[in-house]
Design a protein around this ligand. Structure first.
Ligand code: BG6
Length: 511
């Protein structure tokens, strides 16, 4: 059992935090602010050290200065100078990368010197905050330099640990995800690999499991007998902007569905794990992803809508057409919006449609999972003015609102029987003090204490890609055929309304 699961929050194990891509955006915007928050919360070990590895021309001093500036801009809380000084005092920099094998020898020497000096006990966390093309080469170079092995541990001992955090995107399709898993597993064991999806760092996402399994009232109705449909929406107002190069090669489906939306789907749809520990939880999540119905190309086209936005105004901003975005090919068929219907082939969910949608440049930022329960029969109200019943939605709000809401029918006060739909709303902020965070704190801390619950296992990643592969294949084959469009600031393309309408349902408003 981990320190966290037995209720005590204690500082993480002594260790060296080695970050590849040390001078990049992710390190400055998210990782170092998250380490700062951990330090301020006294969750970093006394014996701790940060080693940045990058190609840039840096000395330890100039690297440290860059991190300090980054913290000034990106810290999520008011910073305390002593905490910053303590955190940055343990920073050093190694110049290099996998194309320069000698740099891994330098890294090893540096780590050994630090371990000797600071007593980090040989525990090493390697964080791949680089572009994805560098993931496998870095893992290989770590292996070749003898930095990945943790023999004494593998043999049941309590020797030093070596762990690898891998960022998203993990592959671009099933074959590349499998290949990346193979490459990593040739060097590290599965239990050394921590594949990140930052959605699992969100409290509201973690709370889905608690809501379902720590309460007696949801589970008995959480099935095809009572649930009519599930809608998962991640709507963003931001257009593609300066991310044209990355986005045009990626698209909404790859960017969001097999990772973030499927995290939500698997937590909502999984069977109850027998224990709150990583083997059980990750096993159930992987199982339900594996049960997403396998479909052919025709079915994939029929059950999906992809679209690109057309320019317009969002708030005060004039947004160009997606195709006029810098670094986007003028004839690109990359989608900025996707909607799809999925089915899950098991007894719990047979016949219950799962509708998913996500897109850029939409009318509001809103991430939620909504479970619609079957209607009550209207029969009892036949002799009253009631003509229809409001829908019973249980909605888990992930962003920007954080909470849970339940929609149900209530009587309108007065002498006649009239009904109206009302909401019962739980909002996190009404009950708990939530210190603003980057969302990476728990993930980094969990990796340092060896708790993998919030990380993705190889089989779950592959099951997710397997489920979306028919859509990728069918769209590639179709080219521009069937690519729809929508205006920025709208709620998406008309075709998406038709997709859900054909199944007798309606999307919830994006608001
Ligand atoms: C990232 C995607 O993984 O998630 C971005 O690459 C997207 O395109 C982001 O905007 C959404 O994350 P969040 O936490 O803002 O919902």
């Amino acid at each position: 059992m981990t320190a966290k699961n037995d209720g005590r929050i204690v500082p993480a194990d002594p260790c060296c935090f080695v970050v590849f891509g040390a001078t990049g955006d992710l390190t400055h915007r998210l990782l170092v602010p998250a380490l700062y928050n951990l330090a301020a919360g006294k969750l970093l070990p006394e014996a701790f050290s940060i080693v940045g590895v990058g190609r840039g021309e840096h000395t330890t001093d100039s690297f440290r200065d860059g991190l300090r500036k980054g913290l000034e801009t990106f810290a999520t809380r008011k910073t305390e100078p002593e905490v910053i000084d303590r955190l940055l005092a343990c920073v050093s920099f190694v110049q290099g990368g996998p194309e320069e094998p000698g740099s891994f020898d330098r890294l090893r020497d540096k780590l050994e010197a630090i371990e000797e000096r600071r007593g980090t006990r040989g525990n090493r966390l390697f964080y791949l905050a680089t572009p994805p093309t560098a993931f496998a080469p870095i893992a290989r170079a770590l292996g070749e330099a003898g930095l990945a092995r943790q023999e004494e541990r593998a043999n049941g001992g309590d020797g030093p640990w070596r762990r690898l955090i891998v960022e998203k995107p993990f592959g671009t399709d099933l074959a590349s995800a499998q290949a990346l898993n193979r490459e990593l597993l040739a060097v590290f064991d599965e239990d050394q690999i921590f594949r990140i999806d930052h959605y699992l760092g969100k409290e509201t996402v973690q709370n889905i499991m608690v809501m379902r399994f720590a309460n007696g009232l949801f589970e008995p109705i959480w099935n095809r007998d009572h649930v009519d449909q599930v809608q998962i929406t991640v709507a963003e107002t931001l257009p593609v902007g300066r991310r044209g190069k990355f986005y045009d090669a990626t698209g909404a489906l790859r960017d969001m569905v097999p990772n973030h939306l499927f995290q939500l789907l698997s937590l909502i749809a999984m069977e109850p794990p027998s224990r709150f520990e990583s083997k059980s939880v990750r096993g159930e999540k992987a199982a339900v992803l594996d049960e997403i119905q396998a479909i052919g190309p025709e079915e994939a086209l029929k059950n999906s809508v992809r679209a690109q936005y057309l320019g317009g105004r969002i708030g005060e901003e004039d947004v160009p057409d997606y195709l006029a975005t810098p670094n986007v090919k003028p004839d690109s068929t990359t989608e900025t919006y996707v909607a799809m219907r999925l089915a899950i082939d098991n007894w719990r969910w047979a016949g219950v449609p799962f509708f998913l949608r996500t897109g850029k440049g939409l009318c509001a930022r809103s991430s939620e999972v909504a479970i619609k329960f079957k209607q009550a029969p209207l029969a009892m109200f036949r002799r009253t003015p009631v003509e229809h019943l409001a829908e019973n939605f249980l909605t888990v709000k992930i962003a920007p609102e954080e909470g849970i809401s339940l929609q149900f029918n209530a009587k309108v006060p007065g002498p006649t029987v009239n009904l109206d739909g009302v909401h019962m709303r739980f909002q996190y902020r009404d009950y708990f003090d939530i210190a603003p965070s980057t969302g990476y704190e728990t993930l980094i801390y969990d990796c340092m204490i060896g708790d993998a619950i919030l990380f993705q296992r190889a089989d779950a990643i592959e099951a997710a890609w397997r489920a979306v592969q028919p859509f990728l294949d069918a769209w590639k084959e179709a080219g521009a055929d069937g690519l729809a469009s929508y205006r920025v600031g709208s709620d998406g393309p008309e075709e998406a309304h038709r997709l859900i309408g054909d199944h007798g349902r309606r999307w919830r408003p994006i608001e």
